[in-house]
Ligand binder design. Structure first.
Ligand code: UD1
Length: 420
């Protein structure tokens, strides 16, 4: 197994190019299951989660090429409808094949994703919505067996809770359903917006894009002539590099970035004393003279993203005063706290709230990555700590950050990947 060795404290400078968004690419890859033509996706991030999903599509019978971030997918040859436990257990987002497979083939069998480090993460809302669209769903031997022999029927679905992959799954199912589907209380994340825009550009009648209510007229089972497209930049990777600049007291420029997707994140960085200059495709962070404490509440987009919570918690350790970080989306998303305490951080955890007393110096230690974003928080903290930190179990990082250590090294960090 690989680990990262980081020598701190470090100063960064220069420019980093942000990759395509993993969380946009995942549903967009499964969207191609609705197409009858080969589709080319540019700006595809080459990270482990994408390779896992491509493996799943290959198992279903799709053909593909991925070179220099250009992915071409042809799902016309798909003939299997079963998503196996072996793949689904490694990546929950595999559940995104459920809606498209059911809509296209009238049946499918998808392994239940099971537990997850950051909380329970059920898929009940996905299943309930499909049932409302006429699907017959049974759970047997760890698999969701879904069928809709007459095809899925349009319906009015009100999500009890806002769910990102749930919205994406049902939008895809509705695109091939019979008649009109109205989805209320939808996720408004940029990744969901892009999915809807591609369907619209491919000829699907879809209204309300970017709002919490979507209306979709399905094709009645007919596959789609899908357009080629470019995946939006990864706002979470971008936010992580902004935090890397802020925590190391450095000026760093991000390229290939959409600042309008990062308003909640930049607002908090500005409150902490940083300055951010933007152009259409770049963002430059100028560090705070002295980082100020912050109050963060994670919520659905456009509010502050839970996927940036761990990185800001790391940043708050280096701010003056007491910061409050409230996690509202996942019940167990503070596992990085005990690892950050190993570096010397003063953090009190009480249920969903972390209280961070800033300004205590950190010293390098061995720490363990526990999930994708928690891992990046450890890397950030390590770059601002005195001495050597070894971050173990970095396969979590590889799931979602493309070339993290190369990108940080190019900015001047003293970081290397070693074998245990
Ligand atoms: C997506 C993102 C993930 C991000 C999360 C929240 C992808 C691939 N992953 O995950 O990075 O952290 O959004 O922004 O895009 N819930 C239910 N029942 C369901 C579905 C969800 O109770 O059927 C709950 C979840 O447990 C959680 C909340 O709803 O508490 C939000 O989850 P959801 O938006 O579905 O997260 P994901 O789509 O899995």
């Amino acid at each position: 197994m690989d680990y990262l060795q980081i020598q701190g404290p470090t100063k960064l400078s220069g420019t980093v190019t942000i990759s395509g968004a993993k969380n946009a690419a995942l549903p967009l890859i499964t969207l191609t299951l609705l197409a009858h033509n080969p589709v080319t996706l540019t700006n595809t991030p080459e990270v482990a989660d994408i390779k896992t999903l491509l493996k799943l599509l290959e198992n279903l019978g799709a053909t593909q090429t991925l070179e220099n971030h250009v992915l071409t997918l042809d799902t016309s040859s798909v003939h299997h409808t079963m998503a196996n436990y072996d793949i689904v257990k490694t990546m929950r987002a595999s559940i995104l094949v459920l809606g498209p497979l059911l809509a296209r083939f009238g049946h499918c069998e998808v392994s239940l994703p099971g537990g997850c480090a950051i909380g329970q993460r059920p898929i009940d809302l996905h299943l309930k919505a499909l049932e409302q669209m006429g699907a017959i769903i049974t759970i047997h031997a760890g698999y969701v067996h879904a069928s809709a022999p007459q095809g899925l029927q349009g319906s009015h679905i009100v999500f009890d809770k806002i769910t990102v992959t749930g919205t994406a799954n049902i939008v895809m199912a509705a695109a091939l359903a019979h008649g009109k589907t109205v989805l209320t209380n939808c996720a408004k994340e940029p990744e969901v917006v892009q999915l809807c825009e591609i369907l619209r550009d491919s000829g699907i009648d879809i209204q309300g894009i970017g709002s919490s209510e979507l209306t979709i007229i399905g094709t009645g089972g007919k596959t789609i002539d899908m357009v080629d497209f470019e995946i939006i930049p990864d706002r979470i990777e971008a936010g992580t590099y902004l935090c890397a600049a802020a925590i190391t007291n450095s000026t760093v420029t991000l390229e290939n970035v959409r600042h309008d997707h990062l308003n909640a994140v930049t607002a908090k960085l500005e409150q902490m004393g940083c300055r951010i200059d933007v152009t259409d495709t770049t963002m430059t962070l100028h560090p705070a003279k002295e980082l100020k404490h912050v109050h963060i509440i994670t919520q659905e987009y456009p509010a502050f993203p839970t996927d940036m919570q761990a990185q800001f918690l790391a940043l708050a350790i280096f701010a003056q005063g007491t910061s409050i970080i409230e996690e509202r989306l996942f019940e167990n998303r503070f596992m990085h706290v005990s690892e950050l305490q190993r570096l010397g951080a003063d953090i009190m955890l009480n249920g969903h709230t972390a209280t961070v007393s800033g300004g205590t110096p950190l010293f390098g230690a061995d720490v363990m990555a526990t999930d994708l974003r928690a891992s990046s928080a450890l890397v950030l903290a390590a770059m601002a700590s005195e001495g050597t930190t070894n971050v173990h179990r970095i396969y979590h990082l590889d799931r979602g950050y493309e070339n993290l250590e190369q990108k940080l090294r190019a900015l001047g960090a003293n970081i290397q990947r070693l074998k245990e």
